[in-house]
Design a protein around this ligand. Structure first.
Ligand code: ACM
Length: 508
């Protein structure tokens, strides 16, 4: 039978299917107006992508997404195009990351004030096309976009993911794969946890053993690894092309066994401990009263700042159980000005507030209760907060007791828990105006490869992305679970191995 060879993607793209794509976008846009009478746009083989001067990179990115599945040439041009990326010409309420998208039978126009806004619009456009558009091999189409108009901009400036590359090392390609995945949902920062007891993952030229020795293993005793500065710069550039800023973290003064093992002179007793491959926390500390500690950190932060176009360096500061509180404060009172003298703002786990950093410092709340005096007091002084409450936003927590990967110290986090909190109205004394945004951390004690990352991040990552981007007025669990289900065919095309949460009505 001839028809048997035709892939299911060749089935006619029915009107109701097309229209529903416009109302199924994640994160939910500010405003969606389907045009039920207008004809859909259909991308044809001779189509071109118009990109204004300054939007060329976004145009090339879009072409790079669309070419493999459509098989079309899709030249990017400054002349007329069927898909048009235009800079300027939009209302100021869209801000730097907002966009307008208009689709009709004549074409698709995305307008924004900046390339960041156009990039966000391009992510929406991907979801308006059939799921097969995400395939890496040529598919049949038809490549239709429902008619209508979307106006969209983010609720919070910071929408983040964190990847712990210290407990297990992830290769540059694995990091890039995750960058591609978080970009789908308009996440704009990736925090890399680059150093912990189990491994030091970034080359520091003035202290080379940090990487070559301190990076030589990982949890479970595997070979570990590290990024050379060239590899790291390449990751930063790859992320920037996807409008994602990397925030590098060197955790201190605890979580430092890999550094202490690499250089005996960093230890108070001058004796290097062995490398560590377990998963306990809180046993290591830099030596607060040794001058070399500050020379070491001066060198590390200087090299790290030179690799970091973003405005933040993350100084960790969590679980320093082997450092006394007076020492902790003394330590950060020396280190915080070092980071600021390099022209960087400081981010850190909210424990850092014990050292009363300046109001430009951004504490990241990772507690498990909706009340924290340190954070409320910092907000009263003027600090802005990133919200990562561990019992809501930690993607390394198991979904339920049967989840084969992950931990459970902060509880189980099924999709409804991940989605069911308001970052702008969660922590006492921290109003929405004090919330810079939301970040979903992924710690890697139990995670060894991209399959593991994806199983924990999907389907929860889109929930955090929606909490960070969408107006609270759109928050609706029933709507979200339906829209989430509609993402599954896209993940399948992208080879994302997601957790089939029983809460979500996945398509067969
Ligand atoms: C943390 O989970 N220790 C920040």
């Amino acid at each position: 039978m001839l028809g048997a060879a035709v892939p299911s993607s060749a089935a006619p793209d029915r009107n109701d299917v097309k229209e529903s794509r416009m109302t199924q976008v994640i994160p939910a846009p500010v405003s969606v107006e389907p045009d039920r009478h207008g004809g859909a746009f259909r991308l044809e083989s001779d189509a071109a992508i118009h990109a204004d001067h300054g939007a060329r990179g976004v145009g090339e990115y879009l072409a790079h997404v669309l070419r493999p599945s459509t098989g079309y040439r899709l030249p990017v041009t400054d002349r007329k195009g069927d898909i048009s990326l235009e800079l300027g010409k939009v209302g100021s309420r869209l801000g730097d990351e907002g966009y307008e998208l208009m689709a009709s039978g004549r074409g698709v126009e995305i307008k924004a004030r900046t390339a960041r806004g156009l990039f966000a619009g391009v992510q929406t456009l991907r979801q308006l096309l059939p799921a097969q558009v995400e395939s890496r091999s040529v598919q049949r189409g038809p490549w239709t976009v429902p008619a209508g108009k979307i106006v969209d901009y983010p609720r919070f400036a910071h929408r983040g993911a964190m990847l712990d590359v210290a407990r297990h090392f992830f290769s540059p390609d694995e990091v890039k794969r995750y960058i591609d995945q978080i970009a789908l949902y308009k996440i704009n920062t990736l925090h890399l946890h680059l150093a912990d007891d189990q491994g030091w993952r970034i080359e520091i030229k003035s202290w080379p053993r940090l990487a070559t020795y301190g990076g030589s293993t990982e949890v479970g005793g595997g070979p570990g690894g590290y990024y050379t500065q060239d590899q790291y710069r390449d990751i930063v550039r790859y992320a920037a092309e996807r409008q994602i800023t990397i925030i590098p973290e060197i955790d201190m003064p605890g979580h430092t066994n890999a550094a202490l093992a690499s250089y005996a002179e960093l230890n108070c007793d001058g004796v290097a401990p062995p490398l560590y491959t377990g998963i306990e926390v809180g046993f290591s500390s830099l030596c607060i009263d040794k001058e070399i500690t500050y020379r070491f950190l001066g060198d590390v932060l200087r090299e790290l700042a030179a690799l970091t176009p973003g405005e933040y360096l993350h100084l960790g500061g969590d679980e320093a159980h082997a450092t006394t509180e007076p020492d902790y404060v003394k330590f950060f009172q020396r280190v915080l000005p070092m980071a600021e003298a390099l022209g960087k703002k400081v981010s850190g786990w909210h424990d850092l507030l014990k050292a009363t950093p300046s109001v430009s410092a951004v504490p990241q709340y990772w507690g498990t209760t909706p009340q924290n005096d340190l954070v409320a007091e910092a907000v009263a002084r003027g600090n802005k907060v990133v919200m990562s409450p561990a019992n809501k936003a930690y993607m390394d927590m198991k979904y339920d007791e049967n989840t084969p990967l992950g931990l459970s110290w902060a509880g189980f986090i099924e999709v409804d828990v991940a989605y069911g909190w308001d970052p702008g109205n969660y922590l006492q004394g921290v109003p929405e105006s004090a919330v810079l945004g939301v970040q979903a951390p992924l710690w890697s004690e139990t995670l060894e490869n991209s399959d593991h990352i994806e199983f924990m991040a999907f389907p929860r990552l889109p929930a955090y992305a929606e909490l960070g981007w969408s107006p609270w007025s759109t928050h609706d669990w029933e709507s979200f679970r339906t829209r989430l289900a509609a993402q599954a065919p896209r993940w399948t095309e992208l080879g994302i191995d997601f957790y089939r949460s029983p809460q979500i009505p996945w398509p067969e």
